[in-house]
Structures are given as C-alpha cells and as structure tokens.
Design a protein. Sequence first.
Length: 206
Amino acid sequence: MFFVPGKHKEQGLPYNPFKACVLPRPIAWLSTQSAKGVCNLAPYSFFNAFSDEPPIIGVGIAPDSRGEGVKDTLTNILETEEFVFNLVSWEQRTEMNESSKPAPGHIDEFEAAGLEKLASNFIKPPRVKGAPVHFECKLFKTVALPNNADGKHYTLVLGEVIGMHIDEAYLTDGMVDATKMKPLARLGYQDYSVVEDVIQLVRPQA
C-alpha cells in the first residue's frame, strides 16, 4: 500500500506505522541534571550516532504534553549543556520503562525508578549504575524540527561524546560483545527487541 504520513486512519490503519518501519532503534536513556541539581532520567528512541571523529550522537526529543511544552530532559540540557547516554540492557528493561513515566520537574527520576547513581568524570549529571555503557556528553547544538499540526515540534539534540565508560564484563578480546550485553532496542507500537544473535559481513574490497 502507499501510505501518506498523518493519514493512517483514513487508510484503515489503527496506528501510524512510521516508527514501526524504522527498526530496530537504539534507545538513548538520558540522564541530566537541572541547574538546581535535580536529576532527571528518561528514554528516547529517536536516537543514533552520526560521527565518530569527533564522536557525535543525536537524540530527537518530542514536545511535552504538559502545559510548558518542553520536556525536563531538554530543559536541563539547554540550561547546563551536559547529559549522559546510558545504554539499556535486557536486565534493566523494567527500570527503563518505569523512567518513561511523566513526572514533575522536582522529582528525582533515578529514585522514582529505584536506580542507583554513579558519578561522571567530566560532567555533573550522574550515570545509571548497572548500565553496560555510558557516554558523557557536551551539547554541540540543537535543531528545531518542523512544526506538527498542533504547532509543536521535536528538537534534535546533537552532543559530543567527551568520555566513555564500558563495563569490562561485556568485552571479549578487547571488543564490545553485544551477545553478552544484550542491548534493548525499540520497535513500533509497544514492542521491543533484544540483541542476542550476531553475524559478520566483511565489507568487500574494490
């Protein structure tokens, strides 16, 4: 079928299939800290890496459904220009999902999700204890994406990775082992997947 974005109901589809067709998507479990010192933690699945020299990651943050229209994560990043990417493993799937619950800005979402904090080396926002990988990031720039039908917009946050933490338990011969790590990935609707099988395809030479 030919699908026109925003017209799924007219075409007999119960939900917009866009996100269900871009899969699997890595999850950016972002920890931030407000200028007043309150810690925030939330997962975002519009996320990926865009450069490795320098290492740049990008996260699409939706407008908030609350009256102020801006999520606490984005507010904190704009105030402090710092955030941490925590990789979500299978073992922390429940805590990640719990941290997606909307909460007032004065609530420490680490505590609400029952998670412990680890100090970062270069920046103030803490890391999630138990996550196999953490990237300490400084804001590079933000980009306002086009407005939707309600006049609101996503914000693309681009951050430079200035420090990386990798749990050595997930390395094999000095290389990151995805089968040990079992990272969680976002699919469409309410669905997730977990990486358990890995294949190698060697890039052909010219």
